[in-house]
Design a protein around this ligand. Sequence first.
Ligand code: HEC
Length: 152
Amino acid sequence: MLKRMALTVVLIGMAVPAFAQEPTWRKDIKPLVEAQCIECHGATAPEYNEWEILGDAKKEVGPRMDTYPHFMSYVIWPATGAMMRRLDDGKISGKPGNMYQFLGNSDADRDKNLQTIKEWLGDGAWNLNRWKERKGVPGVTKEQLETIKAKY
Ligand code: HEC
């Protein structure tokens, strides 16, 4: 009996990863944005298009990204790849994006939160490309965009 109980415990323990839910905006990303970003990117911040026309003031204020559609405008369009370029840890490019620092209070924290966002966006979706080619860097492809899952 004891043996069977122990086996049951092991099996339940093993089953957990299989049932682990995929990350969603509501469950994982929104709380992260609320904890780390809305201080500067909340509901009172200018929307991306308003922010875009601010000129020099753009450096001082962050654009709004506290809802799913606002957030996705820095992933897909119009600010294609901005989210990835700003949050990237620089392990491949050599230089982290300037918003990476806000992902957490320690390297471990930042790494964990970055992995959550990457996993949520989808396998193959972490692309730093813009919509169009710039300085020799090709524009994002339809194939790259199709890897985006970003479940609500
Ligand atoms: C202390 C304030 C502050 C915090 C906290 C902050 N940001 Fe920012 N962010 C800014 C400012 C100011 C700008 C505009 C200046 C610039 O481009 O660097 C900006 C710009 C950005 C941009 C560029 C948008 C574009 O289209 O070019 C992205 C993406 C971004 N932030 C994401 C984030 C994310 C995600 C977080 C949370 C992990 C975050 N930021 C936390 C202040 C902040």
